[in-house]
Ligand binder design. Structure first.
Ligand code: ADP
Ligand code: MG
Length: 714
């Protein structure tokens, strides 16, 4: 069998079902995936210290001479450990390996090793437990950097490193050309793909790591730019139905408020776009609460008045339900039918909705559907597609976006986003979408007073909750959602690549949301305290949200699932725990959940850090206290954290939504220079080879990035 990047990882020796299942959890299925499972950080083993100077808060490299014969000590229950002493100029260290008696002969007295690990000390006595050991001579060229991988249960760092190496040598035997045209590689002074992949995993030096990273980042941007441009060109070629008739006056009359000037302008833009047979590709950007939904409703109405169908797709079920609740009522009053299609919709009803959508008789056809990515699943066919609206599109993966444009090739596209996307990123995320900016809030909006506090305020904060709830208000408490595995990991990264936010090793332990909900329930026995998290069944989530929005429940503790969209005007206090784990834009969105009604509203950001760490996150979060402008906040965020929030990539760590990841290494903020080179090069290459026919390898890699993966669609 020919081994390619598409071969499953089970072709590797030692990778069986169990380990493959563990890799699957990391999104790694093929050899190519494994090679692109880039290290999340590197340990710096070059920084050799004396025992007495070893870091107290992390791992260190020390060079020690073995001074006692290793001794194996048997314990009951088949356990054992190996123990010996080694020294340097500053002291003596006891070294222990558990259950690894086979190492006994590896450490003869007088031999010298570079040990890497945590050095514990009690007074003047040092000890290390299971350090990494490498034989050392003054001029041995030991690798200075070691890769640290994102882990999951069932995998060890050693296995991953070994499997990556094995995958690379297997593929190296099947020599494949570099997909990047040589002229471009030379013009941009980039290294070869083979060099880049070898050095990103096992860097020969800091310099070769930087060179490797540059090439791989360029590749990601380049492929993305090619794919986005090709998709867009394809859409333009298709054409869309002309929707030139009708009026949105009936809609305006139904609304209990006059539209703002900005809303009217956005609707006028939409009307003009939809009157043409060139498909609309427009994004409405505006801060949380500015009233984008009404603009979407107007667009949907225009489509329906022209005999076409409209679909609205939201990134979460909760949000889809909320849109449905708001819009179906509005459309009902206009005499237009509208249905909800989400994963949780009962099968019989799904069938009925699908049939109604594909109905050719205009009288019987379902004109409007609202849902999640369930709308992208097989069997959902529109007989007269006119318009697709997506809410918070950047939360959908690149693959879902590709699928969306493929499925709706003949429809107009409208995107709504509350995330003010900085220019450089907009280019990457949306290609050449036209922009309508809603820069005006409906009148009478209040400012949500914001505070940044630490643990020492806990009791005062509880008192504050008491007062708000006692007064009839409701409270959101948001905790970061983090994989437990990540909390448990004691790996310490001394250098994190592409990561500008809080480093994991500095972060205090996270409060588990579950525990926290319990504590609050005990503290407030007279109130209803609910709990909501991402992995809950959607019926359960719905029950909790329902009981919160009806006012039956006063306090809801949740992970970020409430971040987008929900609307409970009576909620007046937003508390974010471990706020340092959130991007500023996310916090801004969370803050937008309160202050939607008449109650004076507050946002309290609680930091978990102590000392210096606490100070630094405080300073970052202070932006939230002083700034209420979503754009200014997004710019700050990009400067401080990188674009993880916008891209949904894993670049900036803890709080993540899953989905088809677009970028593994690239950081559109930090790597803005490479982004612009790659975009220019992509445009030039496409002008001479619009479908990349002359570059089959490159085309294959672009497809791989945009490939439609049915695993993502439920
Ligand atoms: P977002 O832009 O965050 O999606 P929504 O469309 O959900 O905001 O609107 C937020 C709230 O503001 C809704 O309750 C909506 O009814 C209300 N709203 C929208 N436009 C106006 C307006 N022109 N005047 C007053 N209230 C408005
Ligand atoms: Mg909205």
């Amino acid at each position: 069998m020919q081994i390619t990047r598409q071969s499953p990882i089970t072709v590797l020796a030692g990778v069986g079902k169990v380990r493959a299942a563990a890799y699957e959890r990391l999104g790694v299925r093929t050899l190519g995936d494994l090679i692109q499972h880039y290290p999340r950080a590197y340990e710096n083993r070059e920084d050799v210290r004396l025992l007495e100077d070893a870091r107290i808060d992390g791992k260190s490299a020390v060079v020690l001479t073995v001074s006692s014969e290793p001794r194996a000590v048997r314990l009951r229950s088949h356990k054992s450990f190996l123990k010996f002493r080694a020294f340097d100029d500053s002291g003596v260290c006891e070294i222990v390996y558990f259950n690894q008696d086979y190492l006994k002969n590896q450490f003869p007295v007088g031999s010298v090793f570079r040990f890497f690990g945590k050095v514990d000390r009690v007074g003047k006595r040092y000890s290390m437990s299971s350090p990494v050991a490498e034989p050392w001579t003054p001029d041995a060229a030991l690798p200075p950097l070691w890769a640290v991988y994102r882990m999951t249960e069932g995998l060890t760092p050693k296995q991953v490193a070994k499997d990556v190496t094995a995958a690379m040598s297997l593929l190296a035997a099947n020599i494949e050309d570099d997909p990047l045209p040589t002229e471009l590689r030379e013009k941009r002074s980039l290294c070869t793909l083979a060099f880049a992949e070898r050095n990103i995993h096992a860097p020969e030096s800091w310099q070769s790591l930087a060179i490797a990273r540059r090439r791989l980042v360029y590749d990601e941007f380049f492929r993305f730019a090619l794919g986005a441009a090709m998709t867009r060109a394809e859409t333009k070629r298709h054409g869309a139905p002309i929707c030139a008739d009708g009026s949105t006056d009936a809609l305006s009359r139904l609304l209990p408020f006059p539209l703002t000037g900005a809303q009217k302008r956005a609707i006028a833009d939409i009307r003009k776009d939809m009157a043409s047979d060139i498909p609309m590709s427009r994004i409405i950007v505006g801060d949380v609460g500015c009233g984008k939904t009404v603009c979407a409703a107007a667009a949907m109405l225009i489509a329906v008045q022209n005999g076409r169908q409209a679909a609205l797709m939201a990134p979460t079920e909760i949000l889809a339900r909320q849109h449905y609740a708001d819009l179906s009522e509005l459309f009902a009053r206009l005499g237009i039918a509208c249905e909800l299609l989400i994963g949780a919709t009962p099968a019989a009803q799904k069938r009925r909705i699908k049939a109604a959508l594909s109905e050719s008789d205009p009288q019987k056809r379902l004109p409007i559907v609202i849902g999640t990515h369930a709308l992208l699943s097989d069997g959902v066919e529109f007989s007269a597609p006119g318009l697709v609206v997506t809410d918070e599109q950047h939360r959908f993966g690149a693959r879902q976006r590709a699928l969306l444009s493929e499925k709706n090739a003949h429809a107009h596209l409208l995107v709504m986003s509350a995330t003010p996307i900085p220019r450089s990123l907009a280019l990457v995320l949306y290609g050449d979408l036209d922009l309508s900016k809603i820069d005006e809030m409906p009148p009478g909006r209040q400012r949500v007073d914001t505070f940044v506090v630490d643990e020492s305020y806990r009791e005062r904060l509880n008192g504050f909750i008491e007062r708000q709830v006692g007064d009839g208000g409701q409270v959101y408490v948001v905790c970061p959602a983090i994989e437990e595995q990540e909390i448990a990991s004691d790996e310490v990264a001394l250098f994190e690549i592409g990561e500008t936010g809080a480093r994991r090793d500095e972060c205090p332990p996270l409060k588990a949301a579950t525990e926290f909900a319990k504590t609050l329930a005990e503290r407030f026995p007279d109130y209803q305290v609910g709990f909501l998290h991402g992995r809950m069944k959607s019926a359960e989530k719905e029950r909790v949200m329902q009981s919160f929005s009806s006012g039956e429940m006063q306090i809801v503790v949740s992970t970020t699932v409430i971040e987008v969209g929900v609307n409970v005007p009576n909620a007046c206090l937003m508390i974010v725990e471990n706020a340092e784990h959130f991007g500023l834009s996310q916090l801004h969105q969370l803050r937008g959940r309160v202050g939607r009604g008449v109650r004076k509203s507050y946002c309290v950001l609680v930091t978990g850090g102590v000392g210096d760490v606490g100070e630094r996150s405080r300073a970052r979060l202070d932006t939230m206290r002083t700034t209420y402008d979503g754009y200014a906040i997004a710019e700050q965020d990009l400067l401080q954290r990188g674009p993880g929030d916008f891209l949904g990539s894993s670049a900036s760590g803890s709080v993540r939504q899953s989905g088809g990841l677009s970028f593994r290494l690239a950081d559109a903020g930090e790597d803005a220079d490479i982004l612009s080179l790659a975009t220019t090069d992509a445009r030039e290459l496409l002008s001479s080879s619009p479908r990349l026919d002359e570059y089959p390898l490159l085309a294959a890699r672009v497809n791989e990035m945009f490939e439609i993966d049915s695993g993502l669609i439920s």
